[in-house]
Design a protein around this ligand. Structure first.
Ligand code: F6P
Length: 330
């Protein structure tokens, strides 16, 4: 019989993502609903090591849903990886009397949670990253807002590129994953999208689509590059210039993509995922990751979740290519 949960800790970790605050608000309010106290840990694992925390009440999280960034701050903690940092984090959990910890973040956050499980701490993970690269879940909090933020800038860029009949190479975030690049590319009607998951053949994947677009009467071109592509946007621009003579201008959207008020989708996803995490804890489940699969909220054991692999949505990639003028069999 699992011990009844009386107090939980909640923290955000890794790269911040719009919607993290809505998730924390939901964890707090659902905890209160089940008669559970909630402690906010500031600055992720760094705060856990240093016992940097504050009690969170129903009122203290009021208005958090619409706030960008993370009100609990975030950090990437090297110390937590070491033995003494880890031991301190475990003693903070004991000192604060936490019966469970809810971590909101990406893969790195979940790997940290798993090490706590191995030290006897009960945990729950909520996927929050603009990269949408958590294998067990079709969606991660922050992705929709980041796509819309990038899209807004790309639409503006397109206006000026069109006026000057130029080629634009836009780098979007995604150090290891191209989900954001692909989605933004499909939404913006890009000429080509380059992602780290797919090997790049410059002639076939970049030069040929530009030629096709030219033949179709286009005089400006939009190439979306994920940050993790070798050489990044500057290398892509150099290659385009070399092969086509076009002056390919580079724009790196950078951290602006992580900011801003969360979209309706991110607020609702975050609220459901926060609710599910605490509901499952209250009902006796432990060490799970909350996921979205086939439009349903499901949960996986954290070690199973971490062993899963997520592949790129090749159907979207293909449809995007068709929209940019790819002929059958090309
Ligand atoms: O949040 C994930 C992510 O946005 C990656 O796409 C990016 O490479 C990384 O964070 C950069 O984060 P930071 O600059 O904060 O280390």
């Amino acid at each position: 019989m699992e011990q009844k949960i009386r107090r939980v800790g909640v923290f955000t970790s890794g790269g911040d993502a719009p919607g993290m605050n809505a998730a924390v608000r939901s964890v707090v309010r659902t905890a209160i609903h089940y008669g559970i106290e909630c402690i906010g840990i500031r600055r992720g694992y760094h705060g856990l090591i240093n016992c940097d925390c504050e009690p969170l009440s129903f009122e203290s999280v009021s208005g958090w849903s619409r706030r960008g960034g993370t009100m609990l701050y975030s950090a990437r903690s090297e110390d937590f990886m070491g033995e003494s940092g880890h031991a301190k984090a475990v003693s903070t959990c004991k000192l604060l009397g936490l019966d469970a910890l809810v971590g909101i973040g990406g893969d790195g956050t979940f790997r940290g949670l798993l090490t706590l499980v191995e030290s006897g701490i009960a945990v729950m993970g909520i996927p929050g990253t603009i990269d949408n690269d958590i294998s067990c879940s079709a969606y991660t909090i922050g992705f929709d807002t980041a796509c819309n933020t990038a899209l807004e800038s790309i639409d503006k860029l397109r206006d000026t590129m069109q006026s000057h009949e130029r080629c634009s190479v836009v780098e979007v975030m995604g150090r290891h994953a191209g989900h954001l690049a692909l989605y933004v590319g499909a939404a913006s009607g890009a000429t080509a999208v380059l992602v780290p998951e797919l090997e790049i053949d410059y002639e076939k994947d970049v030069v040929e689509p530009i030629r096709r677009a030219r033949l179709n009467g286009r005089t400006h071109f939009m190439i979306i590059v994920a940050e993790g592509v070798e050489g990044g946007a500057y290398e892509v621009s150099r290659r385009i210039q070399e092969a086509t003579g076009l002056n390919a201008r580079v724009t790196i959207l950078g951290h602006v993509q992580r900011g801003g008020s969360p979209s309706a989708r991110d607020r609702v996803m975050a609220t459901y995922m926060g609710y599910e995490a605490v509901r499952l804890l209250a009902e006796g489940k432990r060490n799970r990751v909350i996921c979205l699969q086939d439009d349903k909220y499901v949960d996986y054991d954290i070690s199973e979740a971490l062993s899963m692999k997520k592949s790129l949505d090749l159907q979207t990639y293909h449809v995007m290519q068709v929209m940019s003028g790819m002929r059958h069999g090309v």
